[in-house]
Structure formats: structure tokens, C-alpha cells
Design a protein around this ligand. Structure first.
Ligand SMILES: NC(=O)c1ccc[n+]([C@@H]2O[C@H](COP(=O)([O-])OP(=O)(O)OC[C@H]3O[C@@H](n4cnc5c(N)ncnc54)[C@H](O)[C@@H]3O)[C@@H](O)[C@H]2O)c1
Length: 250
């Protein structure tokens, strides 16, 4: 099956020649693509590590950049084969040929990330969307193999992990590899403009910053009298409660 309307994607080389920006996932991988595919075809291959909800969303985001050049999901890695199967089947329905993941490229287990990354080529992308506990290990490995990274937040679950991530970032910079983070706030022009104003001193010396994310989510509705009851609050999700208690919506 071919996805209608997606055949017009130009070749990756043509795209690079035009000097446009290449975007992966919800985020830009950077202002330039430093590594041009050495292989005969210019299709960017994605290896998804962590086949959960966000993984599916990130792949969809990446595939929706098809107008900027050919791109496909090429391998998946997870601890549970059911997760991989469900994700691949769902994406196949929506994206057809752009999901090119036969059984032999569904890798399983704690070392699956290595197998998925090892079959990529320079310029391809490892999408690191497991939970954060193991993210630095996956990102480090991708960078060591010369593979670009899209990663979800949080970036690590402890200070040691964050240090590893910083080192991986330095190595990536030296090698001209791009690491993009899925935290949508990082790609908001409005937030960037605000941060510029803070950093330039235009807003004076700030003593305290509090950020609230205002959305129409369930927990934002008017709860009336129930808003005074802890029991009612407990009906909300754990995350929501945590955010409500900390007052921190970032
Ligand atoms: N930026 C955003 O807006 C946004 C939104 C939702 C979630 N997230 C983040 O994305 C990440 C994933 O969230 P999710 O909801 O998809 O989680 P999930 O639990 O649904 O999916 C994680 C998947 O990773 C797999 N996995 C776990 N350990 C693994 C390992 N060592 N190797 C391979 N696979 C492994 C699990 O089996 C599971 O299928 C989290 O860090 C979450 O905070 C970000």
C-alpha cells in the first residue's frame, strides 16, 4: 500500500542541494544536515527504540516530513514483542510502504537497541522513546555509531545519566551528529523569544519564575465543591496530582 499524496517526495540529495532544513519528529534535528547519505538511496531510515505511545507519535511526526525527502521506519526495538507488533500494525495502516519493518527487524530485549542502531547508516535516525531510565545508554550508543538521535524527555532519571547525556552531546557536536529533543517547549518561538529577553537582561534581574501550562485538559475543568476534596483529586491521574501538588506544570 502506498500512502496517497506522499509520492511527490523529492530525492534526499535534491533536497539537500536546495539547502532546505530537514526536520525529524516534532523537532528540528538542526539547521543543517552535516552527513549526506553515502548509500545509493537517500531514504532516511528510522529505528524506533521503545514502541509505546510516544514512540508511535514520534514516528508519525517524522513520517509527516515526507515532503522534505524520503523517510521510512526501518527497525523497532522493545522489551515486549506485543508492543512492537501493535505499533507496526497500527502505523502500517496509516503509512503503508513507509513502514518497512519485517519480523527480522523487530528486535527484542535489553540489547535490542544495539541491533536496531547497528543496521542504520550515517545520516539515519535512532528514535529513543523508552522511559528515561535507560535513555543515556541508547543515545550514547547511537552517537558512538554516528547516528542522529531524536529523543524524548526526560533525558535521564538521575544525575549520572544526565552527565552521560551531556558527554554524548559533546561527542555529537564534534562528530556533526544531531540530537533533537521531543520536549515541545524547546521548539516554541514564543518561549525562545522570552528566554532571549531574560538572558539579555531586558526584563531586569528576575528573582523568581513560575511557569504554568494552561490547557483545556480534564484537570483544568471547574470541579465546584469537589475541588476542596483530596479524595476527588485522587481520581485524577497520578501525574496530574503530582503537578497539582507541586504547582509546577513544566
Ligand atoms: N514530549 C512529549 O510531549 C511527551 C509526551 C508523552 C510522553 N513523553 C515521554 O516519552 C517517553 C515514552 O513515553 P510513553 O508514554 O510512550 O511510554 P510507554 O511506557 O508507553 O512506552 C515505552 C516503551 O519502551 C519500552 N521499553 C522500556 N525499556 C526498554 C528498553 N530497555 N529497550 C527497549 N524498549 C524498552 C516499553 O516496553 C514500552 O513499549 C517517556 O519518557 C515520556 O515521558 C513525552
Amino acid at each position: 500500500m502506498t500512502n496517497p499524496g506522499r509520492d511527490s517526495a523529492g530525492s534526499r540529495r535534491e533536497f539537500l542541494r536546495q539547502g532546505s532544513l530537514f526536520m525529524a519528529g516534532a523537532a528540528a534535528l538542526g539547521a543543517k544536515v552535516p552527513v549526506v547519505h553515502a548509500a545509493e538511496d537517500n531514504t532516511i531510515r528510522l529505528a524506533l527504540i521503545g514502541c509505546g505511545n510516544r514512540g508511535a507519535g514520534a514516528v508519525a511526526n517524522a513520517l509527516n516530513t515526507y515532503q522534505q525527502g524520503p523517510i521510512k521506519l526501518y527497525a523497532v526495538a522493545d522489551l515486549e514483542i506485543n508492543r512492537s507488533n501493535l505499533l507496526v500494525a497500527a502505523l502500517e495502516k496509516q503509512y503503508g510502504n513507509e513502514i518497512d519493518v519485517p519480523e527480522e527487524r523487530k528486535f527484542l530485549g535489553f540489547d535490542a537497541y544495539k541491533q536496531a542502531i547497528d543496521i542504520l547508516r550515517p545520516g539515519d535516525i535512532a528514535m529513543c522513546t523508552t522511559r528515561a531510565y535507560v535513555r543515556p545508554v541508547h543515545v550514547e550508543y547511537a552517537v558512538s555509531k554516528g547516528i542522529n538521535v531524536f529523543m524524548e524527555k526526560p533525558f535521564a532519571s538521575d544525575p549520572m545519566g544526565l552527565h552521560r547525556m551531556l558527554r554524548a552531546g559533546e561527542e555529537a557536536e564534534k562528530k556533526g551528529i544531531k540530537i533533537a529533543a521531543g520536549l515541545q517547549c524547546r521548539h516554541s518561538p514564543a518561549r525562545k523569544a522570552l528566554i532571549d529577553k531574560i538572558q539579555s537582561g531586558e526584563m531586569g534581574e528576575l528573582q523568581y519564575i513560575r511557569a504554568n501550562r494552561l490547557t483545556s485538559r480534564n484537570w483544568m475543568r471547574d470541579m465546584g465543591e469537589a475541588s476542596n476534596s483530596l479524595r476527588e483529586k485522587l481520581k485524577l491521574s497520578k501525574t496530574t496530582l503530582m503537578l497539582a501538588v507541586s504547582g509546577n506544570m513544566v
